[in-house]
Design a protein around this ligand. Structure first.
Ligand SMILES: NC(=O)c1ccc[n+]([C@@H]2O[C@H](COP(=O)([O-])OP(=O)(O)OC[C@H]3O[C@@H](n4cnc5c(N)ncnc54)[C@H](O)[C@@H]3O)[C@@H](O)[C@H]2O)c1
Length: 384
């Protein structure tokens, strides 16, 4: 990146906030100067352990700092709307975790505000920045697997397998009305739309709540950590543990998405298969630096991430020589870097960006809402 130093503030220093800090520190010319988290003890210890000069338990104090260029919003989803608005009103660029908000009313307002204020506004759909997802995007663009016949996406996890598993995502006030679709389906939507460079325009969803009652204990675990202590109360759950979603893209391509947060043994099992008329492409997030190319009349191939074997713009995502596996943290770094480059090159107001914009995040909220309506009415729902 250029010579200018970008000064960054991170709000929310839980699971993903710490990953952002690490990723930002790998980007030349970017410096984390302040962190904020409502958990005062935690933000103090993050600031001390990671040598970040300023820390606040009230994020509005961080926003008063004049020397911050970009704020990352890594708080629970219910706070994205309020905090993103406050960041933009303070004149700083904002990079927010997914899902962008809890509903389209909020996400639409954020898109408007970012335009009015001329603010760069990115949503962290990090998987599109994996080298092999970039390669799939390039190969589809170059027509190298022929006409796209059908696409399959899957995201399976097991961290909510037991009825004693609980975190803020299960509380509709904090996580929203949808859970599996909003939390992990949103990643499928973004990754598949990015690979095909086409929007999903219609959905038919069947949302399933496996546990209508869950048990909340004294100490609710953080993201991906177990609860501890005595069971305090039984909580009614209305959001979905599982979703089956049929999808139609704007060019007529059809596909299927399969989501679960109760699949024993599946940790972060995102995968996408694109079936073309001459070959298929498949990427599995838990084998992040490999791309499977399927053939009918010859042997299948497995390509490793290496600039020598990747195509076009995907080459620059192969950060290491062949055999030095790229992974989740590399995709996050590339996602953030892509956003920062648009700021440094002053191109962030252009409609099409390589990173997911707030407009993309808003469109994904429309897909989430459409799934809720579709499942309720048992019918196809078009995106307006
Ligand atoms: N892109 C991804 O792959 C990915 C992965 C995990 C989480 N996420 C998203 O990141 C967000 C955070 O998730 P997480 O798993 O890190 O949650 P978490 O619970 O681990 O961390 C959230 C942090 O926000 C803090 N917080 C709560 N209220 C606050 C406030 N008012 N001001 C400042 N800080 C506040 C909490 O104290 C906590 O430290 C969610 O929107 C989630 O969907 C994205």
């Amino acid at each position: 990146m250029g010579e200018k130093v970008l000064r960054i503030g991170v709000i929310g220093t839980g699971f993903i906030g710490k990953q952002h800090i690490e990723a930002i520190r790998r980007i030349p010319g970017a410096e984390v100067v302040a962190v904020a988290d409502s958990n005062g003890e935690m933000v103090k210890s993050v600031s001390e352990q990671l040598h970040i000069p300023s820390y606040y338990s009230d994020y509005t104090e961080l926003l008063k700092k004049k020397d911050i260029d970009i704020v990352h919003n890594c708080t629970p989803s219910a706070l994205h709307f309020e905090i993103n608005k406050a960041v933009m009103k303070s004149g700083k660029h904002v990079y927010c975790e997914k899902p962008l908000t809890l509903n389209t009313k909020e996400s639409e307002e954020l898109v408007q505000l970012s335009k009015e204020k001329g603010i760069a506004a990115g949503a962290n759909f990090n998987y599109r920045h994996n080298a092999m997802v970039q390669e799939m995007h390039e190969r589809v663009k170059n027509n190298s697997i022929g006409e796209i016949l059908v696409v399959h996406g899957q995201y399976l996890q097991d961290w909510l397998l037991y009825d004693t598993d609980y975190d803020w995502r299960l509380d509709p006030k904090l996580g929203g009305e949808s859970r599996a679709v909003s939390d992990i389906g949103s990643h499928c939507f973004d990754t598949m739309q990015y690979i095909l460079n086409k929007k999903i325009i219609s959905v038919y969803a069947n949302l399933i709540t496996v546990y209508p009652i869950r048990k909340r204990t004294e100490k609710v675990g953080g993201t991906y950590s177990n609860q501890q202590g005595k069971v305090l109360e039984e909580v009614s759950i209305h959001s979905e543990d599982v979703a089956f979603i049929m999808i139609k893209f704007e060019n007529g391509t059809q596909g299927l998405i399969n989501l679960s947060q109760v699949g024993a043994g599946k940790k972060n099992g995102l995968s996408v298969t694109i079936s073309g008329s001459t070959a298929s492409l498949e990427w599995e997030q838990e084998r992040p630096d490999k791309l499977w190319v399927g053939h009918r009349d010859s042997g299948n191939e497995e390509i490793y991430a290496s600039s020598g074997f990747l195509t076009g713009a995907a080459k620059r995502y192969a950060l290491l020589p062949n055999g030095h596996p790229l992974g989740w943290t590399d995709a996050l770094k590339c996602a953030i870097q892509s956003f920062y480059e648009a700021i440094l090159h002053d191109t962030y107001q252009e409609d099409k960006q390589n990173y997911a914009t707030f407009a993309d995040g808003h469109y994904i909220m429309k897909l989430v809402e459409a799934c809720l309506i579709s499942s309720q009415h048992k019918e196809w729902v078009d995106i307006q």
